[in-house]
Design a protein around this ligand. Structure first.
Ligand code: NAP
Length: 246
């Protein structure tokens, strides 16, 4: 018997990077994973990796910017198909162009707010009922050290992530009396496409890989997990928070 046998997990950002690795880890622990992201090919690669560890997944291509209405229907669809949701992992994230605050363009602002902030609200809104229907609902939202340490040129990213963090911690307080456990996970510096967009010349082989941080994130999803309303720092390494304005 695996620890997550029979559990239903919804993972956003599941087409690559940390979300994909967490989905594979949850599947290895026995969960059936509902995988969402925009890139069908990436979702299929994650599905193949899940099959390779003996797991099963449902693929749900979804754009968190254009598909707000579909996102709002996720909870009711999950109730209809599975009756409950045991695990929500919101790993989707976007790092907008690094630029001074005064130079942020409206389209970049809207995209960062939609993916890094509003999507958390929409997910909480639509997933709370199926999480409440589970015996031990668990939710994890990926955050960043920049929420606590805003730095030059990262303002659009960190401000949206800070909004997410406040929302998630308020929600955690609201559901503290239920079996649901909610946490933020800060993965530290991890070698992914998002990381490469900020540090293109970096040797990613020297960083943690998504598969290195996935087990600690998946641990927050186990039924026996007692941490709640916390920012759990995973991994280590210089995540560049001390970047100084020139
Ligand atoms: P990544 O490899 O670039 O993956 C980002 C994921 O988000 C992809 O699956 C992408 O899928 C999805 N996504 C982006 N825009 C989307 C949209 N409009 N609609 C739906 N899905 C969208 O990044 P990562 O490094 O794994 O990041 C995962 C999380 O960790 C993020 O929340 C990030 O802020 C956080 N984080 C990462 C690091 C790090 O060092 N890597 C550090 C701190 C925090 P599609 O493009 O297929 O849609």
């Amino acid at each position: 018997m695996l620890p997550l046998d029979g559990a239903i997990a919804l993972v956003t950002g599941a087409s690559r990077g940390i979300g994909a690795a967490v989905a594979v880890e949850l599947a290895r622990l026995g969960a059936h994973c509902v995988l969402t992201a925009r890139t069908q090919g990436g979702l299929e690669e994650t599905d193949a990796a899940i099959r390779a560890v003996g797991g099963q997944a449902t693929l749900l291509p979804l754009d968190l910017i254009e598909g707000a209405a579909d996102l709002d229907m996720l909870g009711p669809s999950i109730i209809e198909r599975f009756g409950r949701l045991d695990i929500l992992v919101h790993a989707a994230g976007v790092l907008p162009k690094l630029t001074p605050v005064a130079h942020i363009l409206p389209g970049d602002f809207a995209a960062s707010v939609a993916v890094n902030f509003s999507a958390a609200w929409r997910l909480i809104r639509t997933c709370e009922p199926p999480l409440r229907a589970a015996p031990a609902g668990r939710a994890v939202f990926l955050t960043d050290a920049r929420v606590a340490e805003p730095s030059a040129y990262f303002g659009l990213y960190s401000a949206a992530k800070a909004g997410q963090a406040h929302l998630v911690q308020a929600w955690a307080a609201e559901v503290a009396g239920t079996p649901i456990r909610v946490n933020l996970a800060d993965p530290g510096a991890v070698g992914t496409r998002l990381r490469r967009s900020a540090w293109p010349g970096e040797n990613q082989a020297a960083l943690a890989a998504p598969a290195d941080v996935a087990p600690a994130i998946a641990a927050l999803c186990l039924p026996g997990e007692v941490r709640h309303g916390q920012v759990v720092r995973i991994g280590s390494g210089d995540d560049g928070c001390a970047i100084a304005p020139t």
